[in-house]
Design a protein around this ligand. Structure first.
Ligand code: GUN
Length: 287
């Protein structure tokens, strides 16, 4: 029987529709709405597209956004100066610095320079450390948080399930793994150097694919009935987008499956808005 398709777009929409009422309460308390500072550095066209989508989503939710756009040759001093500005701007409750950054800019230092109280990406060492220590944090990275929302909102049992995370990035794989572990999954993290990846993935009741390799996960990598969350967004030579999962092949085997595009991607944006609103609520004494 073909898999049930998890409609990330619809779930993200539902979450986004819940935000304007919360935004209004913040505005009532503070006298201004929640604000997101968005920094785009360099000329990566995909980053420009993502940033544009994030700003549009903010506007729709009633969240103020302040954009800082810097050229590819920008100096570290300029970048850190703008981060300080955003850290000190009382109307800004969340700061998003789109990655990847140009090579002269130290990404780890940028994450550490962002105020941990405005770290809507969840990349600051304090928030990552809290996630490791406590299984939760004031800010959880948007994509992994979106993965968990998809599982929970589709009533996918996590407790006691065997979860396999394919990929070990700081942005997705590692935080997704920690969130699954905190919900009592039996966890395996695997990656490009794991021996016999198909056999490891086939153990999973929940498979989260976040390796950035187009259509890598095939039908015979998946346990019949498993839930497969495809985090990948890869551009093929013909310009089309696809996930890390071979959708048509896996749809024949999985119990539930996210499409890509249309699965995790919209959730990442929804979670960014939620993180921003939550941050403003904390500042307003509403949470
Ligand atoms: N680049 C790819 N995904 C992300 C993300 O979630 N946040 C930021 N800041 N950059 C990214």
């Amino acid at each position: 029987m073909p898999a049930e398709i998890i409609d990330g777009k619809a779930i993200a929409q539902e979450i986004r529709e819940s935000l304007p009422a919360r935004v209004a309460k913040v505005e009532e308390k503070l006298g201004f709405p929640p604000g997101l500072g968005v920094m785009l550095v360099g000329d990566d066209p995909a980053s420009a597209t993502y940033v544009g989508m994030k700003e549009k989503a903010c506007a729709k939710a009633g969240i103020h956004s302040r954009q800082v756009t810097l050229g590819a040759q920008v100096t570290p001093e300029e970048v850190f100066g703008h981060i300080d500005d955003l850290n000190n701007d009382e109307r800004i409750h969340g700061i998003l610095i789109q990655q990847p950054l140009p090579p002269q800019i130290d990404t780890e230092a940028v994450c550490a320079a962002t105020s941990p109280e405005k770290d809507v990406d969840g990349f600051h060492p304090h928030n990552l450390g809290e996630l490791l220590r406590a299984g939760t944090a004031p800010f959880i990275a948007c994509t992994p948080r979106g993965v968990i929302e998809l599982l929970e909102r589709t009533d996918t049992p996590i407790k006691g399930a065997k979860a396999v995370v394919l990929g070990r990035s700081n942005i997705v794989g590692k935080p997704a793994a920690l969130l699954l572990l905190a919900r009592h999954a039996t966890l395996t993290i695997c990656h490009s150097r794991t021996e016999d990846l198909p056999a490891v993935c086939r153990e999973a009741d929940i498979l989260v694919a976040a390796v950035g390799r187009p259509k890598m996960v095939k039908g015979d990598w998946v346990k019949p009935g498993a839930t497969v969350i495809d985090v990948g967004t890869n551009r093929l030579d013909d310009g089309t987008l696809c996930g890390d999962v071979d959708f048509d092949d896996v749809a024949e085997v999985a119990g539930k499956l996210t499409p890509s595009p249309g699965g995790v991607g919209p959730m990442t944006i929804a979670m960014l808005l939620v993180n921003t609103v939550e941050s403003a609520e904390r500042r307003a004494g509403l949470a």
